[in-house]
Design a protein around this ligand. Structure first.
Ligand code: ATP
Length: 332
């Protein structure tokens, strides 16, 4: 991972392992030799299919589970040993938050604030930030799941954390709920909070993240800025439109291009130099009305690296033991 001079790693994990013992079943190696660095500021996407080890990693960071081996640090301090010194700088939403359903959103937050010595004025401020001011005096049992998630984020933000860890905050939300949460997360990242956002919806969250790490079977298999990963995973295919598509296809194939006809366009595979396409066609008296690089997304990048769809069942126990390298798992 690239790390600029003077930037601080809010999270650092080196060689973390976590195995769950299970009754009458082989142990589950949920995290295997995991390395991760998250710099201060912005939204960091911690992505991977269900069961790839994201929640376990977050639990290790928050001291909710103990690693078998490896070094974990928050703000440069060892976890779990020095956690009490830094936990006040970390807010988290790891499971669906528990609130008193018959109390209002404001009452729930006020109770939490009182318990931590946080002034009441912060409750109003935070309700505004998560856009719940209008519903703050309604009982929580009448809230939608999206509102409950926003209340959960509000609770995590009460103490003004420098690092906010959100585990799948979009789970169970409809498209509108996901958009609202996404906007809130994006605003928080822009305001200087470091947000670690875990999600199995790779394409969904790529819009909100500056940098990402993609997990597969307990390991980080790719990490970097979203644009770096997309560029690395780009197929290099382009789509063109021209008046005489049939003739265009013949000419391009004659010059060695791989061409597939689409509804009203042609797709050309692995084009290193798009100007060659334009030149070859114009030399044959054919002119393009459009030439567009075909964009990729993080799901395709994941597919390329692992040979499996992110949605495919992804359980650590499926692995052949000892398979430590993030090797291509073709055909799985
Ligand atoms: P999800 O989004 O579904 O929670 P995840 O990427 O967060 O997925 P984990 O929850 O960390 O993944 O799970 C990683 C693996 O460890 C899975 O195979 C899961 O079944 C297993 N696992 C998690 N917690 C336990 C536990 N307490 N006991 C046994 N196995 C566990």
């Amino acid at each position: 991972m690239i790390q600029g001079k003077g930037t601080m790693n809010v999270i650092e994990i080196q060689g973390a392992n976590k195995t769950y013992k299970r009754w009458r079943k082989p142990p589950e190696h949920a995290v295997r030799g995991l390395n991760l660095e998250v710099q201060a500021g912005g939204v960091f996407g911690f992505l991977g299919p269900n069961g790839s080890g994201k929640t376990t990693t977050i639990r290790l960071l928050l001291g909710l589970a103990k690693p078998d081996s490896g070094n974990l640090k928050l703000f440069g301090r060892s976890v779990p040993h020095d956690l009490p010194a830094v936990i006040g700088r970390v807010g988290s939403l790891v499971e669906t938050p528990l609130f008193f359903p018959t109390f209002t959103g404001r009452q729930n937050l006020t109770l939490l604030a009182q318990a931590s010595g946080i002034p009441r004025s912060r409750v109003d401020e935070i309700l505004g930030l998560v856009e719940l001011s209008g519903r703050a005096d309604d009982r929580v049992k009448g809230y939608s799941l999206g509102m409950k998630q926003r209340l959960g984020i509000a609770a995590a933000l009460l103490k003004r954390p420098e690092l906010l860890i959100l585990d799948e905050p979009g789970n169970g939300l409809d498209a509108a709920g996901i958009r609202e949460i996404r906007q809130l997360i994006s605003d928080l990242g822009a305001s200087g909070v470091t947000v670690l956002l875990s999600s199995h919806q790779l394409s969904e969250v790529q819009q909100v993240c500056d940098r990402v790490a993609i997990m597969s079977r307990g390991q980080v298999i790719a990490a970097g800025s979203v644009s770096e990963l997309l560029a690395a995973g780009s197929s290099g295919d382009v789509r063109i439109r021209l008046h005489d598509g049939e003739r265009g296809r013949e000419v391009l194939q004659h010059h060695g291009f791989t061409v597939t006809s689409e509804e009203d366009s042609l797709r050309i595979g692995r084009v290193d130099d798009p100007s060659r396409v334009t030149r070859v066609l114009s030399e044959a008296g054919l002119y393009l009305s459009e030439l567009t690089p075909i964009s990729t997304d993080l799901e395709s990048v994941f597919l390329q690296i692992t040979g499996t769809e992110p949605g495919a069942p992804h359980h650590a126990a499926d692995l052949v033991s000892g398979a430590d390298a993030p090797e291509k798992e073709a055909g799985r």
